[in-house]
Design a protein around this ligand. Sequence first.
Ligand SMILES: Cc1cc2nc3c(=O)[nH]c(=O)nc-3n(C[C@H](O)[C@H](O)[C@H](O)COP(=O)(O)OP(=O)(O)OC[C@H]3O[C@@H](n4cnc5c(N)ncnc54)[C@H](O)[C@@H]3O)c2cc1C
Length: 458
Amino acid sequence: MDKLEIINQLKLEIANISYSTDVDDLLVYGRDWTRFNQVNAAAVLFPKSVEEVQAIVKLANKLNFKLVPSGGRTGYSGGAVASHQEFVLSLEKMRSILEFNADDSQVTVQAGVITEQMQNFAEEKGLFYPVDFASSGSSQIGGNIATNAGGIRVLRYGMTRNYVAGLKVVTATGEILELNQGLIKNATGYDLRHLMIGSEGTLGIVVEATMQLIKPPVEQSVMLLALDSLDSVMRVFSLAKKELNLSAYEFFTDIALKHVCKHRNLDNPFEDSATCYVLCEFDEDEEAVMQVFEQGMENGDIVDGLISQSREQASQFWQYREGISESIAHFSPYKNDIAVKVSLVPEFMNQLDAMVKEHYPQFELVWFGHIGDGNLHLNIIKPKDMGITDFKIECEIVNKHVYGLIQQMRGSISAEHGVGIIKKPYLGYSRSKAEIELLKGIKKVFDPNGVLNPGKLV
Ligand SMILES: Cc1cc2nc3c(=O)[nH]c(=O)nc-3n(C[C@H](O)[C@H](O)[C@H](O)COP(=O)(O)OP(=O)(O)OC[C@H]3O[C@@H](n4cnc5c(N)ncnc54)[C@H](O)[C@@H]3O)c2cc1C
């Protein structure tokens, strides 16, 4: 059946269905932040209610058309890319906060609520939603749940998963599941809520979520440190972890800093360049922070440092870390979002450093990441004169070495960005054959007709 016939059927099924076949919309809604796959969407559908989502999914099963769930499209794995005439199902018209319960500190929202909207709502209620990252102003709660998003404060608060108290999902066959209903305790067998979290739109469409909010932290301070070597990063982490109640420990190299300063027109925070930098955030504690600083200097790890004196200054310091992704986006970087256990980070960084120097001498590399969680973002910058396909092929040759090392260290080829299309060929470096077979089996149970996000994840 061609797409016009499908659209006619959709119009019969849903009065006033909102959709677009405009070429610019197909391009914008047919992709995420990645640029490695062709975009070829049939149409974009904008359901306004759970019932409309359900009707679309049921019709997709009946007429055999494919759907790509789409949130804020800030993903880095191609999970929301429509390359094969799929219908993009955007949640952006489902952006209401539905219910707040002060006794439970829980809020129920539609999936299209923007992450920052959730953070602001929590603050208005005197509470805190701790999941945060540079794309919070555009990403949606549904997308965060579908990718189990992490971010800058995982060190203290954990991933999105920790805050999902209940989910309403339209499954790939059009059933509505109401999962866990906000319960703290619920020992009634397999927790399908957790199966949905991180399933990247392959099993069901998150339409509503009940999120747990928490007490806000005490006033936080931020320290920006210039370090002598990669080895210093984890030595200073051990010191800081011992003395301070950390909420973030982030790392970036001098090349990363230079990109941000240029892109955001910021002054370099230090007089002299250093090998790399860390940003740590922690409960204000003047005495302890001076102890870390002095000890780090004495050990020869810290070469310079700044401690925030106000909230404004703390957010200025954050810009040096949070602006990195955006500052390199126009180079179409190939992103590796990799992780090992924290105790293995020093060895991992040294081996990786040697490996990339050997295999990537022709490329500029931008390193940064949530190093306190064992999570590194290794970005390879596309040279201006190189085509995107040739660039991808070259990066994929080196992937085998990088992912081989990760496999050896029992790490992850995707710490928080998900698998999508881009990391799918490499899933076997982090998950065993038996696990992948089980994942495929789960996909078949939920989506027997292969309607939702085909070609992604498994
Ligand atoms: C500048 C920048 C910084 C970032 N920093 C971080 C970071 O620190 N930590 C981190 O974890 N991520 C980070 N990301 C990645 C990204 O923001 C997250 O993966 C985010 O959770 C994606 O949400 P989204 O709404 O944009 O989802 P999309 O990109 O639209 O979709 C992501 C996946 O979820 C599926 N999906 C979307 N909505 C739904 C739904 N309602 N139901 C079912 N499936 C759905 C899509 O099909 C796709 O597979 C960053 C991205 C950018 C651009």
